[in-house]
Ligand binder design. Sequence first.
Ligand SMILES: [Zn+2]
Ligand SMILES: [Zn+2]
Length: 315
Amino acid sequence: MIQDLVQAAASGDYDALGRLEKVAAADPEALAGYLHQMLDLGLLWPPSLYRAAADDVVHRVIDQIDSGQQPAHLNHLLLILAHTRDPLAAAALRRWQQTPPPGMEQLHVGPLKYAEQGGSTLLPDGTRRELCAPIAFQLAMTPAPQAADGPACPWCDSPLWTIIDLTTDEPRAAEVLAHTGWQGRLRITTCFLCACYTTLYSKDTPDGDSTWAPHNAPPSYLQRSTEDPPPLMATIGERRATPYQASAWDRGGSTLGGHPQWIQDAEHADCATCGQPMDYIGLVGGADLDDLGEGAYYLQLHAPCGLAAVCYQQS
Ligand SMILES: [Zn+2]
Ligand SMILES: [Zn+2]
């Protein structure tokens, strides 16, 4: 079956490609035996197909980049290496940060920045910091009427939306937030409208307080209208089989922890206080908020600074 999907996807069958992507999310190892063939066929996207790449596949991609023979594919090949999260790939990205491979001058970010697309940062001193949790849980939407006298967005006057309210006293929340270092209650508020225009930060404290961050700056294209946020809040559900099953498109795709499914390019926010990349903590899909909902809200956190970020992507 996978053999047929690979052939079809390489010939441009979009449905087959979507099914392969779902296999890569639910059981990355199932594709491990097909990766050389995918490289032969030029099936390089999405890079998540290559999560289970063994050393021989990683070597081949590194050699392909070093050879400089396919500069048009350099971006996809670097993304593949990032998604393998392999130590050989990390070593190559560090090497290219010093001595860029052919074609690198055409790309927008440096080699090390690519590691974030696979869910980690590579620091110049050789260490790796995980930006994503190794486990994930479904997020179920539960009714949560907003208090009429609650705080409002200073830009559009819509009531602020409590998108998530967790506490590390609960073992599942503690496990999924462990990589962030957060301890205590984590309540994140945002403006569900203005988050669609720019990354919105909130100042959050372990007693559950969440306030509009002074770092927020309205973009010139901001549309100001006032609406009530969804009367829903995300709560932890069943554990997912792998960290890769968040869906930004499908109903039931909202997920706490694991890795995000980005609709556009990966958008790991930098902490507005200290400038370091923030930790990814979850995704709330528009399809889970109402019948016509689209896009997805991505939640990020930098625990040392007590700052959370919400950004939104749509197709
Ligand atoms: Zn607003
Ligand atoms: Zn910070």
